[in-house]
Design a protein around this ligand. Structure first.
Ligand code: HEM
Length: 201
């Protein structure tokens, strides 16, 4: 009999990734985020989206070590988690921040240009989530890998979003940059554009 899960530990891992969401949801229902649930939920969802982006990026590197190659099995899961929390952050923005008012959103878009880079990262995560299935991998062939390199652009977008939205406290931007910037730098020599530029003649 074929089961929905290709590995039996996957439902537990999925539960683990859902825990922050369950915790946010239960705390909201218990009234812990009042009087301004939007502000806190925006922060928490943004933090979990950023944590997942760091995890996906780190996995690419970690999986190069032979004994840790197995982490590759969970890469898609973590990528989908990043997309889920980024989407949640976006929905919280639309519903709790903007009250679904287009007039409010359009003036906010003028005031806060960092929303554009956040949206770029979200759109990339959505594209990667949609093309993460085995069927899409087969269909796209060699193009799949190039497409999934867009993850680096999404990470650049996240770093820019975090620094740009700083008001007074820079701690979050610093914490995530400490992980994301080195993970991006070590990837530069493997990028096709770098190889082309520095190809030995
Ligand atoms: C992968 C995508 C994204 C990540 C990882 C992310 C992450 C974060 C984080 C960690 C914060 C800091 C919250 C704080 O310090 O209170 C933040 C703030 C913010 N984000 Fe995002 N974000 C993403 C996409 C978006 C999108 C698509 C939008 C809106 C359409 C958005 C709108 C905002 C706004 C308005 C704030 C400032 C909140 C405030 O003033 O308290 N973000 N984001």
């Amino acid at each position: 009999m074929t089961t929905f899960w290709d590995r039996k530990e996957k439902p537990y891992i999925l539960f683990l990734f859902c825990l922050p969401f369950i915790w946010m949801f239960v705390s909201l229902l218990m009234g812990q985020y009042f009087p301004d649930p939007g502000k806190l939920l925006m922060r928490l969802s943004g933090i979990w989206a950023s944590v997942s982006v760091v995890a996906v990026m780190a996995m690419t590197l970690i999986s190069k070590l032979k004994p840790l190659k197995f982490v590759n099995r969970y890469r898609r899961f973590i990528g989908l988690t990043a997309f889920f929390y980024a989407l949640l952050h976006f929905v919280i923005y639309l519903v709790l921040f903007a009250g679904l008012s287009w007039t409010w959103i359009s003036s906010d878009l003028v005031e806060k240009p960092y929303i554009y880079v956040g949206t770029l990262a979200l759109v990339i995560l959505a594209i990667l989530a949609l093309t993460s299935t085995k069927a899409m991998m087969r269909r796209l062939g060699k193009k799949w890998k190039s497409l999934h390199r867009l993850m680096y652009l999404a990470a650049v977008g996240v770093v820019a979003h975090l620094w740009w939205q700083v008001k007074d406290d820079i701690s979050l931007a610093v914490y995530f940059s400490v992980f994301l910037v080195p993970l991006l730098i070590v990837k530069i020599p493997t990028l096709p554009v770098y190889k082309k530029l520095f190809k030995k003649t």
